[in-house]
Design a protein around this ligand. Structure first.
Ligand SMILES: Cc1ncc(COP(=O)(O)O)c(C=O)c1O
Length: 449
């Protein structure tokens, strides 16, 4: 037996060994020297292994919209684990997944009446892109394979998602990506829109760039356009007023499917069930994840309009219509967590709550204007993006230090991408907690080099 094999004999592990776990999207060596370890959560708070409370300014990773440790959701998961741990996702079903699909399609606008489940946002995106290409293929338009994303877009980390995505570091290490993609320009212009609350007046015309892309490639080669209605992970870019409607019009004109990636924006983040509802634009497909289970059990999916689904419902009835799916599509634990999350959102009116807090949230965020290093602030729903000026020759260093110090010194969890702070608290946040978050940030900024 080789030494490499032997080291696992007896299933012995070294307790508290931080080395074997390769953390995602994290500087591993730095983390392992100064770990930020969370062992418990309740309501608006995380608790560290030493018992310190950390106010959650980010709903985990934009996902725990109902807050933490919600009894109804916890109990639903517990009960489901005892009743049905797993049912095969292919050729068999279980009641809860049908119930959740009904709840989600009822929540979605227009005729987004069908739901395909995945386990993450990345898988949801790749599912939507594949459905788009297959849809055209079986409609007799097999040349429509091109996928259009947007600069600065984030659509997860699958090869499809990074190919239509527009975040350079997520793409540049991974080879030639998917062939046949193109990108709309991003919608950010600091000179025109700095310190705007809500959707900027400037920028709707950027949607017309889609017409140029269509002219360049010809509509007969384009399957779909995918955008985040509000670009989140790139640093919070609310859509310019009228931009999404214009994209819809151009897609309709050319028979191109429009996909909204609502992995962040669905489930109340912008004060509505979906961003599509906020903006009055119904996409042909909508991806979701995160908030569907309030972050408790991994789940994602794609909501699909009637005409897309019906296109697949052809051929002999015993034949599979879509050769795609995951072992854990609609997992019973996730489905139970999803239904309970929808109950909590509905019973507590959390989407409406987010909307009612939007103005106060925006005012509190804008109070940081004029603090050292702050060069722009953007807000929408219960989201804020705060750009800090980068240190010379050290892009991201100031943001990273702020994130570390917020956690260690102020008991505050923030998310940073480069030198942009992104805030997206659970929708149960109270008014005094909004004030607390921005006071803590103000203090940190005043003491940051
Ligand atoms: C818009 C969007 N799409 C897709 C994803 C990927 O989701 P996941 O990390 O669950 O794969 C994210 C994650 O933040 C996202 O914000």
């Amino acid at each position: 037996m080789t030494e490499a094999f032997n080291k696992n004999a007896g299933w012995e592990a070294t307790p508290n060994n931080l080395e074997p776990f390769w953390l995602p999207f994290t500087p591993n060596r730095n983390f392992k020297k100064n770990p930020r370890m969370i062992s418990r959560a309740e309501g608006m708070f995380y608790y560290t292994t030493s018992g310190d409370a950390i106010i959650d300014g980010t709903a985990g990773l934009w996902c725990c919209n109902a807050g933490h440790g919600r009894t109804k959701i916890v109990e639903a998961i517990r009960q489901q684990a005892g009743e049905l741990d797993y049912a095969p996702a292919f050729q068999f079903g279980h009641p809860k997944v049908f119930e959740l699909a009904s709840r989600l399609t009822m929540m979605a606008p227009g005729d987004l009446d069908y739901c395909f489940f995945s386990n993450s946002g990345s898988e949801a995106v790749d599912s939507a892109l594949k459905i788009a290409i297959a849809y055209h293929n079986i409609s007799g338009n097999g040349s429509r394979t091109r996928l259009i994303g947007r600069e600065r877009g984030y659509h997860g980390v699958g090869f499809g998602g990074i190919s239509v995505g527009g975040i350079v570091n997520n793409r540049k290490f991974f080879g030639s990506l998917l062939a046949g993609t193109d990108h709309l320009p991003h919608t950010y212009n600091r000179a025109e829109t700095a310190f705007t609350k809500g959707e900027p007046e400037w920028g709707a015309d950027l949607a017309d760039k889609l017409s140029d892309i269509v002219t360049l490639h010809d509509p007969s080669t384009i399957a779909a356009v995918i955008v985040e209605p509000m670009a989140g992970s790139t640093g919070v870019l609310p859509p310019p007023k009228g931009y999404l409607k214009r994209l819809r019009e151009i897609c309709d004109q050319h028979g191109i499917l429009l996909i909204f990636d609502e992995v962040i924006t669905a489930f109340g983040r912008l004060g509505f069930a979906t961003a599509a509802e906020r903006y009055g634009v119904v996409p042909d497909m909508m991806t979701f994840a995160k908030g569907v289970t309030s972050g408790t059990v991994p789940m994602g999916g794609v909501l699909v309009r009637d005409h897309v689904y019906q296109t697949f419902m052809n051929g002999p009835e015993h034949a599979i219509e879509l050769f795609h799916g995951y072992t854990y599509s609609g997992h019973p634990l996730a489905a139970a967590a999803g239904i309970a999350s929808m109950d909590v959102y509905q019973e507590e009116g959390l989407f409406e709550r987010a909307l009612s807090l939007e103005d106060q949230w925006a005012d509190a965020a804008m109070s940081l204007k004029g603090k050292p290093h702050v060069v722009d602030i953007r807000t929408i729903g219960l989201v804020a993006g705060i750009d800090l000026e980068s240190r010379k020759d050290a892009v991201g260093a100031r943001g990273f230090e702020l994130m570390e110090r917020a956690y260690n010194e102020e008991g505050l969890m923030v998310r940073v991408t480069g030198d942009t702070i992104a805030l997206s608290p659970p929708l149960i946040i109270e008014e005094r907690q909004i004030a607390e978050i921005f006071e803590k940030l103000g203090k940190l900024l005043s003491n940051l080099d």
